[in-house]
Design a protein around this ligand. Structure first.
Ligand code: SAH
Length: 269
């Protein structure tokens, strides 16, 4: 598919289209789609990945795209793969993903980088039954998503994903793989959810606990928690969760966060 000369890429929408056939091939092979799989793609762009996914023989592809100017590239896919592809025009952060039919079994996408974190939270919230994501993201976002405890990249989404399954980087992608050539390094990350703790992303206490704890990450966790929940006995609770009283949020393991969350719930939060 050629980029038409009159198409002006919008930086604001993260429009860097994948051009490297080997990377495209690597993504499709890694996704290992079965004829029973339905895929959700976020940010169809000019449809290169959409087409590759459809050609690999999955059952259905739902592809979300916000920019109507891409219609000349995407409408032909609906004609070429009748009944197997749905283009959803709109903002992926607003579309009701839970209503998609057939339900997505996998999310495979080169996503708009500027919405990586809110998009992942939304996918976890709206598609609790979807256990596999293969996503192209900016390298720095990949680093944060897979960051273990005791690293400065650790953040709430990464903590939650650690508990829910495994996340890893499976492919390095250079800026030259895109047109226009990207300004940043990219990674393809694979997230496989175990099915345990599927309700965590929708749990208000869990989300607020992590948000408060990491809001001033250089400060002691104890002080951050005390400021938000002054009546809870934090010293005893940290001890109960086997957390050092001087610890900062980035030092806790997933297990310790779970223990702290249980203690908050036990106290009526
Ligand atoms: N997957 C394509 C395009 C990647 S660029 C490829 O690999 O070539 C990211 C795409 O996401 C762009 O087409 C952009 O228009 C779209 N996009 C940006 N923000 C969006 C949003 N909030 N909802 C849906 N699509 C969005």
């Amino acid at each position: 598919m050629q980029s038409s000369p009159e198409f002006r890429n919008k930086k604001r929408l993260g429009q860097n289209f994948l051009r490297d056939e080997r990377i495209l091939d690597g993504i499709v092979r890694r996704a290992a789609l079965e004829p029973s799989d339905s895929v959700l793609e976020v940010g169809a762009g000019q449809g290169v990945l959409t087409k590759a996914l459809l050609s690999s023989g999955c059952r259905h592809v739902h592809s979300v795209e916000i920019d109507r100017r891409l219609e000349p590239f995407l409408a032909p896919l609906e004609a070429a793969f009748p009944g197997r592809v749905t283009i959803l025009w709109g903002d992926v952060l607003k579309i009701a993903l839970g209503a998609l039919d057939p339900r997505p079994t996998k999310v495979v996408a080169n996503i708009p980088y500027n919405i990586t974190t809110p998009l992942l939270w939304r996918l976890l919230e709206e598609l609790p039954g979807t256990g596999y994501y293969l996503l192209m993201v900016q390298k720095e976002a990949a680093d944060r998503i897979i960051a273990p405890s005791r690293t400065k990249e650790r953040y709430p989404l990464g903590v939650t994903l650690e508990i829910m399954g495994t996340s890893r980087s499976v492919l390095k992608v250079p800026p030259t793989a895109f047109r226009p050539v990207a300004k940043v390094e990219s990674r393809v990350i694979e997230i496989a959810l175990s099915g345990r703790y599927g309700a965590l992303p929708r749990d208000g206490v869990w989300r607020e606990m992590l948000r408060e704890a990491f809001s001033q990450r250089r400060k002691k966790l104890l002080n951050n928690m005390r400021r938000r929940w002054p009546t809870l006995p934090w010293e005893g609770m940290l001890e109960g969760a086997r957390v050092d009283g001087n610890a900062r949020a980035e030092e806790l393991t997933g297990e310790q966060w779970l223990a702290l969350w249980e203690l908050m719930r036990a106290r009526g939060q």
